[in-house]
Structures are given as structure tokens and as C-alpha cells.
Design a protein around this ligand. Structure first.
Ligand code: FAD
Length: 281
């Protein structure tokens, strides 16, 4: 039995921060449909460049007001410590008790003028300013973060976030369960003892998936890519194939002891609802 299989299983959903009022309203409709499934919490991404910062805060406050637990994603970007501390206070006052602490990527247009603050430093900062108020999630990379110097250093830096006080982790998405189980083994050997929850990206659009995967370094196995390419002009067949692939991935992960699943919904409720139901969650 792995350590991961001893944790209570937890299922959650992620939204992308809306960039307009209309997108905010769509997100809330998707929230209402997904909330009926009873996820443990929702999270809302954060664009450190500034374009979606307000969208994140508003979505978080709106979701909280609807009675759901919600975790804003957070990174320093180019902001001062005072600004981040003030944002944490606002979240605390809105009864938010979870955050996802990230380094983030270089906001476009900022060139080299900003030094990105590593996620372990942000976890330190949150603990220093707010004690144990927040349950802190951090990111994990079973297929190795694209900027990392080596597998070993990536693992050591992941452990640094845990040692700084992270309570649990969500992985970047992947389609090869062996990458997750190998990562879990390596973490256990390093003495990491927090839940590491697989991030699941449903498949419903070939071009979007390829673009995202190229950006974040997620591998699309050749057999999946070839099938998606074949079905790309036949949306229904592509969705049916994508659903079967991701359903089997989720089943393999849960059977192998993963402590839950975190769905990257991209603000679409249908693919996640279908997976949730077919998994019998
Ligand atoms: P870190 O854990 O800080 O690691 C970044 C890189 O630096 C790694 O290669 C690591 O090995 C290395 N490293 C870490 N610490 C050190 C150190 N002390 N010294 C030297 N090297 C170090 N992006 C967004 O913009 N907004 C979001 O809302 C968002 N949400 C995400 C949610 C999840 C679950 C995941 C998996 C990713 C998310 N991302 C988001 C993407 C993420 O911001 C990028 O992957 C980013 O490049 C790394 O962030 P991190 O927190 O993992 O960084």
C-alpha cells in the first residue's frame, strides 16, 4: 500500500479566471452545474500579468457567496509583498481558507524586469503572515517542470515547498499514469508525506490541447495525438474518444491509490460531469 492510498480521497474542480463580465457569468453557471456534484472545493487561476487578477478575486468572492469552498491561485508576479499581504487579508475576511501558491510564469510585457518568486518563498510568506489560516496547495510535475535543471533538482524544489508548509499538491496534467506513479515513488523516497492529487485535463478540443501542452510541457502520447488528429473534424467522435481515454486514466489512477482528482474544467461543465458520473464519484 502506498502512502497516497491512505489519504481520504478528494475531488475538486478548477476554473480559469474570467476576463470579462460575460465570462464571469458563464463561470458561475458552470459552477452551479458542477456544485451539484459536491466537489470538495473549486479553485480559480490567477494571471500574474494583471489581465485576470481582478477576475480571480471577483470569481472567488462570488463562488464563496454561493456557499462553495474556493481556493484562489496566487503568485507574486510583479507585485509587492504589501499587495500580496493585503490580498491574503481580503481572502481571509471573505472566509476563504485555501490557496494554491505558485511561482507563475513571466507576465508578458514585463521582459526581464521582474524576478519571479519561487513558490516555496510564497508558501513561507503566507505562513509568516497568516499562520495556519490557509490550507496551502502547491503544484507538482510528474513529467518534470519545463524549466528545471534535472529530475532530481525539480524533486528537491518540490520538497522545499512541502517543507515550507504546503498541505497538499495538485499535479500538472498528464496522460500517462506511469509518470504519476513514478513521481509518487520518488516523493515517498524523499520523505514527502502530503497528498499529491492528479490534475485531470478532459479532452474535448485537439488544437487547444496541443497549444496548452506545448506551453506547459505536458506530453500527449503518440497514440492519443494520432487519434485526436484523425477525429479533429468530427467533434462528437473526438469527444467520445477523449472521454474514454481520460475515464480510463482516472480509473487507473484511483485504482492505483491516487488520493482524489482535480479537474481542469476550462469553465466547461459537461466533460467533467460526464467523467464524474462514469467514475461513480
Ligand atoms: P516553482 O515550484 O517555484 O518551480 C518553478 C521552477 O523553478 C521549477 O523548474 C523548479 O524546479 C525551479 N525551482 C523551484 N524553486 C527553486 C529555487 N528555490 N531555486 C531555483 N529553482 C527553483 N500559472 C498561472 O499563471 N496561473 C495559475 O493560476 C496557475 N495555476 C496552476 C495550477 C497548477 C495545479 C499547476 C500544476 C500549474 C499552474 N500554473 C499556473 C502554471 C505554473 O505557474 C507554472 O508551471 C510555473 O512555471 C511554475 O510554477 P510553480 O509554482 O510550480 O513554480
Amino acid at each position: 500500500m502506498t502512502l497516497q492510498s491512505t489519504f481520504k480521497k478528494q475531488f475538486s474542480c478548477e476554473f480559469s479566471a474570467p476576463k470579462s463580465e460575460e465570462a464571469g457569468a458563464k463561470l458561475l453557471s458552470a459552477h452551479d452545474r458542477l456544485a451539484a456534484l459536491g466537489p470538495a472545493y473549486f479553485s480559480v487561476t490567477y494571471g500574474a500579468g494583471g489581465s485576470t487578477k481582478d477576475g480571480t478575486k471577483q470569481a472567488v468572492i462570488d463562488i464563496r457567496a454561493k456557499g462553495s469552498d474556493v481556493a484562489p491561485h496566487l503568485s507574486f508576479g510583479g507585485d509587492s509583498a504589501d499587495k500580496i499581504e493585503a490580498l491574503l487579508s481580503e481572502y481571509k475576511n471573505a472566509n476563504v481558507t485555501r490557496v494554491v501558491a505558485l511561482r507563475g510564469d513571466m507576465p508578458s510585457g514585463m521582459g526581464g524586469s521582474v524576478r519571479l518568486t519561487y513558490a516555496n518563498e510564497l508558501v513561507d510568506f503566507i505562513r509568516e503572515k497568516t499562520g495556519d489560516h490557509f490550507h496551502i496547495e502547491v503544484a507538482a510535475y510528474p513529467e518534470v517542470h519545463p524549466d528545471s535543471r534535472s529530475v532530481e533538482s525539480d524533486l528537491d524544489f518540490f520538497k522545499a515547498k512541502v517543507d515550507a508548509g504546503a498541505n497538499s499538491a495538485i499535479t500538472q496534467y498528464f496522460y500517462n499514469p506511469a509518470a504519476y506513479f513514478n513521481f509518487i515513488d520518488a516523493c515517498e523516497k524523499k520523505g514527502v508525506s502530503i497528498p499529491i492529487i492528479p490534475g485531470i485535463m478532459p479532452i474535448s478540443n485537439f488544437q487547444t490541447l496541443v497549444r496548452f501542452s506545448d506551453m506547459c510541457g505536458a506530453d500527449i502520447p503518440r497514440w492519443i495525438r494520432k487519434n485526436l488528429e484523425y477525429y479533429q473534424d468530427d467533434k462528437e467522435s473526438l469527444k467520445a474518444f477523449g472521454h474514454e481515454v481520460v475515464l480510463r486514466l482516472c480509473q487507473d489512477l484511483l485504482t492505483g491509490g491516487a488520493p482524489g482528482l482535480h479537474f481542469y474544467t476550462l469553465n466547461q461543465s459537461k466533460p467533467t460531469i460526464r467523467l464524474w458520473r462514469d467514475l461513480g464519484l
